[in-house]
Every structure is written in C-alpha cells, then in structure tokens.
Design a protein around this ligand. Structure first.
Ligand SMILES: CC(C)(COP(=O)(O)OP(=O)(O)OC[C@H]1O[C@@H](n2cnc3c(N)ncnc32)[C@H](O)[C@@H]1OP(=O)(O)O)[C@@H](O)C(=O)NCCC(=O)NCCS
Length: 226
C-alpha cells in the first residue's frame, strides 16, 4: 500500500536517494552521466535538509510504501511565487513507475495548491524527458511557450508547463459548501421547527418547507449568511 504524507527533514536522506535514482533513470541520454553523478552525489540528505532551511515557502510530500520495499518511494516539492503555484520536483523510484504513485502525488499537489487559493500552477521539465512530459500532459498541463537553457547541466533545454487550478478550486469550494450547507440546514431547520417564522435568518421558508438557504464563507472558512 502507498500512503502520501507531508515530508520533513527526517526524510531527507531517502528523498535524496529517490532523486538520484530518478535522475539516472530519466535523464540517461539527456544529461551526461558524470554531471548526474556529481549533481546528485550521495550526501546523506544534506542538500535536501538545506533546501528546507533556505526555502521555507517550499512544501514537500512523500509517498511511503509498506511491506518489504518500505520507505520513501516518491516525493514532490512545491510552493508559490506570487499568485502562481509551482511544482519544483516530482520523482518516483523507477521500480515504482507506472503504479499510480506519481499520479497520487500530483493529485495531492494540485489539491493543496488549489485549496491554498492559487489559480494556476507551473513547472519546468526537460524538453527531451518524453515520459515526464506525457505524464504532465495527462495531468492537464500544457507548454506555455517559455523555455530555458540549463548551462550547468550540459546546455539542456527545459520547457515551462502550466495548468489552471480554477475548476479544481470550484470543485473544492463546492464540496465544502455542500457539506457545511447540509449541516447548517439541519441546524436551522431544528431551530425553525421550535420557533417557526416565515424567514429564519438565512433560511427562507415557504409553505412550511425550506425554500432556500444562503451560505457564504469568509477567508477563514467561517460560514455566514447574506
Ligand atoms: C514522471 C513520473 C513522476 C511519473 O510517475 P509514475 O509513478 O510512473 O506515474 P503513474 O504511475 O502515476 O502514471 C503512469 C501511468 O498512469 C497514467 N496516468 C498518470 N496520470 C494520469 C492522469 N492524470 N490521467 C490519466 N492517466 C494518468 C498513465 O496512463 C501512465 O501510464 P504509463 O506509465 O503506463 O504510460 C516518473 O516517471 C518519474 O519519477 N520520472 C523520473 C523523474 C522525472 O522525470 N520527473 C519529472 C521531473 S520534471
């Protein structure tokens, strides 16, 4: 079974190992092997721990497998610069590719970013990383035209992808509103039964039945009526 949970500095060594494995498997033939070896050289997670310290806005989630292959089998790091969220990295151990782990991590990143109020999310992917590009396109991302040359990695080209989070945010808001509205309706209905009035605060009653309930949520998620 695979569980997604928040990552911390305690996961740093395992996250670094996933990254190193992922780089060798995905970038072979794209980035020279000696560069991969140098950039991802084993350091017991020191670089990952440092990124937690120097990039406090960055969030990390990890995919954990139980059983014989227990431990971190994938991770994603993400954050935001202004109004747009960014997926910084998403790696799954090659032995776990095509098991739905990447998709589970991606869904959590999208839900968290939409839930935090971001209207769009971007990411950078190597132009020649076909597998990752296909994966991102299935997740609703499209290239937005921006490109970059990574001189430190042997002049490889990366492309920026972008995806709107609007529809996801609406779905999440709808879900919250539906759940809470039902609860609020039941509370008001009980109150109205005890003391029937034609219009009870935000609950409009016609012919002894609830005709309409208006519920709004403020920025803190506290329900109110209008
Ligand atoms: C890209 C990567 C994260 C994908 O992870 P993964 O665990 O293999 O992905 P999943 O198993 O969730 O998805 C793979 C399958 O699910 C399906 N799938 C995934 N997301 C989907 C979606 N949103 N909608 C429909 N189908 C989807 C695809 O059919 C895909 O099938 P295939 O692998 O047989 O072609 C992984 O290959 C990886 O770590 N690569 C190396 C690192 C890398 O390149 N990272 C990107 C750096 S920018």
């Amino acid at each position: 079974m695979v569980v997604i949970r928040a990552g911390s500095t305690a996961d740093a060594a395992q996250v670094a190992a996933v990254q190193r494995e992922g780089w060798f498997a995905a970038y072979e033939g794209i980035i020279p092997g000696e560069i991969i070896d140098r950039v991802t050289a084993p350091d017991d997670g020191a670089r990952v721990r440092q990124s937690f310290r120097t990039r406090p806005w960055q969030r990390m989630i990890v995919a954990m497998a139980s059983g014989a292959n227990a431990g971190v089998i994938g991770y994603a790091s993400f954050g935001a610069d202004g109004r747009v969220a960014e997926l910084y990295a998403l790696y799954v151990r090659p032995a776990w590719w095509s098991t739905g782990t990447g998709r589970a991590l991606m869904e959590r990143v999208l839900a968290r970013s939409a839930g935090n109020g971001y209207s769009a999310i971007t990411l950078w992917v190597l132009r020649d990383n076909r597998r990752a590009r296909r994966f991102y396109e299935r997740a609703g991302f499209t290239p937005d035209g921006a490109t970059n040359v990574l001189t430190g990695l042997g002049n490889v080209i990366e492309l920026r992808y972008r995806r709107s989070l609007e529809s996801l945010a609406e779905q999440l808001e709808g879900l919250v509103a539906m759940t809470d509205a039902r609860q609020i309706a039941a509370t008001y209905f009980e109150a109205w039964r005890a003391d029937p009035v034609p219009v009870a605060n935000w609950m409009h009653v016609e012919d002894g039945k609830i005709a309409r309930i208006q519920v709004a949520f403020d920025a803190r998620g506290i329900a109110g009526g209008s």
